[in-house]
Ligand binder design. Structure first.
Ligand SMILES: Cc1cc2nc3c(=O)[nH]c(=O)nc-3n(C[C@H](O)[C@H](O)[C@H](O)COP(=O)(O)O)c2cc1C
Length: 375
């Protein structure tokens, strides 16, 4: 990677880079060792419409999907998890190898540390080394794009790092808020984004990380010229819960840990999908609390195109790392595909377009019904 202006002008203090480096490992370990999932999963409130006489051929059901100009075998995305640490390199290698073998989408975690500390670049480069053909999504944060020092070269460096097919800009305001000395200054975002939009050839995706997207934000994202959404709704991994376990907060400002108080904050994933679809018809990845292939089907019925999974693949790759294999991750991907295919079969559908945005093919109950019918 060539040296970017971000490195020169926005060079963090060495201690700050070290803090990010240590945080990377903690972020991987905490979801494995503790329960940091949202307590309510709203996918349980969606019931798909069972068809008692399936006449379609189970094996003939077509799960293929075109992610921009690449065809993938099923609408499954390994969501952004990591990069920037030796353990991240091992995890990224396992995930990318499995994604390549199964022809699904692979995402890397925030590449900020790759811009700041060249010694961490191999943890990102490895992805393209082992996954030459599949779509790979890069990742940079709202905070970095909002920096007054942010330059097109920084984005280009992230793209080059992994030869990215698309770049996700993650919207993680809650996470930054509950983090000690988090970056909460985004007033330059729209202006900076417009500049990179005009000068970036690959698709740009706006990605929440677990607090979801309301209709107003979906409209802003659409109007700014993003090419797609990752709704990153509430229901799965809670970044506030992760930060709560790291237990570092500003005692001067808070008498109790804001990461505990905001643990359940956010718009549920199914609601976020509906919000996005009201504002835009662009690509939508549903992430946040998806557990099975049925949840992918439920997401698509509400209008999403792809199901994204972080926690599931963190768990499978963590096990793979221990066992020195990629078998657990491969098994997880195949299970998701089989569950999705079986869901379509039980609804007597031939392909994903017969499922997409077909609200009449599901019944919504409980709290999710209240969320969706709030005036
Ligand atoms: C350990 C861990 C690290 C993550 N790091 C990033 C990141 O760097 N960038 C990002 O956009 N999202 C990141 N995420 C958020 C996920 O991509 C995803 O949006 C969120 O975890 C919800 O999905 P889940 O419920 O399947 O875990 C991370 C998630 C986990 C569990």
């Amino acid at each position: 990677m060539t040296s970017s202006n971000f490195e020169k002008e926005n060079m963090p203090e060495p201690e700050q880079t070290k803090e990010i480096f240590n945080r990377k490992e903690e972020h991987l370990k905490i979801p494995i060792e503790y329960d940091v999932q949202h307590s309510i999963n709203y996918f349980d409130d969606i019931k798909l419409n069972h068809h008692a006489i399936p006449e379609v051929d189970l094996e003939e059901i077509d799960l293929t999907f075109n992610f921009f100009d690449k065809q993938i075998s099923a609408p499954i995305c390994i969501s952004a998890i990591t990069g920037g640490h030796p353990v991240s390199k091992e995890i990224n290698k396992i995930l990318a190898q499995a994604a390549e073998e199964e022809n699904i989408i692979m995402s890397v975690g925030s590449q900020r540390i790759g811009l700041e500390d060249p010694s961490t670049l191999d943890s990102f480069n490895i992805v393209r080394e082992v996954a030459p053909t599949i779509p790979v999504i890069g990742n940079l944060g709202l905070g970095q794009v909002s920096s007054p020092y942010f330059k097109q070269e920084d984005l280009n460096a992230c793209i080059d790092m992994i030869n990215a097919d698309a770049m996700a800009i993650h919207l993680n305001a809650l996470h930054e808020l509950v983090q000690y000395k988090g970056n909460i200054s985004y007033s330059n975002f729209r202006r900076n984004f417009k500049k990179i939009r005009d000068n970036t050839k690959i698709p740009l995706i706006a990605k929440e990380v677990g607090s979801g997207i309301n209709q107003d934000v979906a409209s802003i994202i659409d109007e700014l010229g993003f090419d797609g959404f990752d709704v990153g709704g509430a229901g799965g991994t809670s970044f506030a819960a992760i930060e709560s376990k790291r237990n570092n907060f500003d005692n001067d400002k808070y008498s109790r840990n804001p990461a505990d108080v905001f643990r359940e904050w956010g718009i549920p994933t199914p609601v976020s999908i509906v919000n996005v679809r009201k504002a835009s018809q662009k690509l939508a990845i549903a992430t946040g609390g998806l557990k099975t292939g049925i949840d992918i089907a439920k997401s698509i019925v509400l209008g999403a195109d792809i199901g994204g999974f972080a926690y599931k693949f963190l768990k499978s790759s963590w096990q793979d790392r221990k066992d020195n294999t990629i078998a657990n991750t491969i098994r997880e991907i195949r299970t998701l595909k089989n569950e999705l295919r079986s869901s379509l079969w039980l609804m007597n559908l031939n392909n994903l377009s017969e499922l997409k945005n077909r609200r009449e093919k599901c019944v919504i109950i409980g709290d999710l019904y209240l969320w969706l019918n709030q005036k």
